[in-house]
Design a protein around this ligand. Sequence first.
Ligand code: HEM
Length: 396
Amino acid sequence: MNSASAPMERTAARQFRVAWLFLLLTAASGVGLRLFAFHDPGGLAYSHLLHGHSHIAFLGWVFNAFFALAFRLWFPAGRVAFARRLFWILQIANVGMFAAFLAQGYAAASIALSTMHMVAAVVFALSLWRLPTVAPSVRPWLRAALAAFMLSAVGPLTLGPLAALDLRNSALYPLSVYWYLHFQYNGWFILFPIAWVGQTLIDQGRTWQPPRWIFLAFIGGMAGTFLVSALWLRPPASVHALAALAGTLQLVASVFLLGTVGRARSGKTFSLPSLARVLVLIALTAFFLKAALQIVACLPALVELSSHRYITIAFMHGVFLGVVLPAVFAIAHGRGWLADGPRTRMAFSLFATGFLGGQYVLIHAALNWSSIPALSGLLLAAAITQFIGLAFLKIR
Ligand code: HEM
């Protein structure tokens, strides 16, 4: 690891704070989306706010949080000025993108600003790719994370040409969007924290060297599970089988990967603060639940249910808020960027209540267990509770 320095730590903590502010904007725009059930504001289209919400969630919250972590862990002192400048260029793109999406949806300004973000993000990815501070056994995981990030960008890049070819209504259009989502939340969002954990173990003087087959199986499974996103097209049974195989491969690889972390920890005292321990446990439980659901969703009989909008939204947010968010805050707490105490614990409990409540309502409604009279009101209440919980976190 690069030598610890107070200014770098302060910069990374500030970058993390910016990420958290974007998380609040994400949650607030989620509340805004749920308000549409009660009042159509006229001047603002639902789809525009939805684009703003999802882009700022991915690029303002997750990307910035990962940027702060990468900056602190891998950037050498000589690259600090460059990384700082890059970070602020990314923020100009983020703020501009959010405003442009709200004002005009997918149009010239929002496309230009998201392209600006993409270019700056690729510069960041390529510089991280080459850094000698990354431990050799971590490098394949970090590079796979960065490759997944860059590969995801191919999805949005095809949207323009598809629209120009009048293929907006073809299956290729939603598949391009799913491509982006898949390589973000099944690739980048998962592989980066793995690389972070590996590097941290090594920096603590432990040995972490997962066998190559685990890496290959994990990556193969991750790439292959893109097929799960194509099952709504009702492909032949062989595609269902391949998707289930990929999911199983990833699940098995994940179990063995976790074993390598467990072995690296054993033998020496390992002190994870209690808040971080709870957050890691939540992230792991949600991750394995997601991996199992991904396999179950390959059953042809369940295709209709798993393509239900409520189930898709619940599944995706299960990964964003159940896996990635606790993992990021566990790491942030370990770094001292999130203070523990009654306020933070109350804030997390409130957030978890809103999150689990919202998930329950969506699943209940999709499965038609019984009619929920105040469905929109409950979803709005869940979103507001999540926002308040996140706003009360004590970020340093
Ligand atoms: C923090 C609390 C959050 C709330 C209250 C919230 C709420 C919502 C709502 C209401 C929708 C629209 C559902 C629909 O149209 O049926 C939505 C969609 C979405 N959200 Fe969130 N969300 C939150 C966090 C996040 C995070 C952290 C991410 C990503 C990291 C995210 C990514 C998305 C995506 C990708 C969509 C779908 C966009 C689309 O279909 O085009 N959300 N969210």
